[in-house]
Design a protein around this ligand. Structure first.
Ligand SMILES: CC(C)(COP(=O)(O)OP(=O)(O)OC[C@H]1O[C@@H](n2cnc3c(N)ncnc32)[C@H](O)[C@@H]1OP(=O)(O)O)[C@@H](O)C(=O)NCCC(=O)NCCS
Length: 185
């Protein structure tokens, strides 16, 4: 069952149905930054700069080939950014911010963005993705707190919300240590 069917009623017509999916996932370009930032700002508000994950991201750029924007009719309606990091000595990916425009929520777009982002990271050879979020949402998408229990975020964080997904067999084994920006980032 597709969850992206839109029904629109336009002026002058009795009933006009437009079948979706009517969004495209595209790698984030530098020129998208202001629209993506606006979407993230609407979703999180100014409090997002206080998050522990921001300590890894501040003054850096997300990996352009691993960060995605969902576009619909010229509007950025969803986004996910990814950052190369190290966890102790192990290279990994930090995922976030991740946001869907309010009008598009509850249709599966968020899950689609996470799946596509993890597929891209896996195809690029990364072993594991880390994020800070709710296990009730991210658990069904393959993330779990258990393998992240010895992962140390820079800044206060609820350790139960630090989640990891292996991108290949054993990719999330023995993750231990501080999360730092990868030196090449
Ligand atoms: C989280 C977010 C990206 C999900 O986008 P989405 O496109 O609505 O996601 P999906 O359609 O895949 O899933 C929607 C379901 O997830 C649930 N859900 C959303 N956020 C959740 C959360 N934090 N914890 C648990 N469940 C959540 C919704 O209630 C909905 O449940 P339903 O299908 O039973 O109605 C979106 O709600 C958002 O942008 N929120 C504000 C920013 C945010 O919290 N980002 C994530 C931080 S890690």
């Amino acid at each position: 069952m597709t969850r992206f069917v839109l029904t629109t009623i336009r002026a002058g017509s009795m009933l006009d149905t437009t079948l979706a999916p009517s969004f495209r996932l595209v790698a984030e370009r530098p020129s998208d930054a202001s629209r993506v930032e606006a979407l993230i700002g609407r979703a999180f508000g100014p409090g997002r700069y206080a998050k522990a994950a921001e300590r890894v991201r501040e003054a850096r750029r997300p990996s352009p080939e691993l960060s995605l924007v969902a576009w619909s009719e010229g509007a950025a309606v969803g986004c996910v950014r990814q950052w190369p990091v190290t966890i102790g000595a192990t290279p990994a990916i930090l995922l976030g911010p991740f946001a869907v425009d309010e009008a598009w929520r509850g249709m599966g777009l968020g899950a689609e963005l996470i799946r596509a982002a993890c597929d891209l990271a896996a195809a690029a050879g990364h072993a594991a993705t880390l994020l800070v979020g709710d296990e009730s949402y991210f658990g069904p998408l393959g993330f779990a707190a258990g393998p992240a229990r010895r992962v140390v975020m820079l800044g206060p964080v609820d350790q139960g919300r630090v989640l990891v997904r292996a991108l290949r067999s054993c990719g999330a084994d023995r993750l231990e240590g501080p999360v730092l920006p990868a030196s090449s980032a």
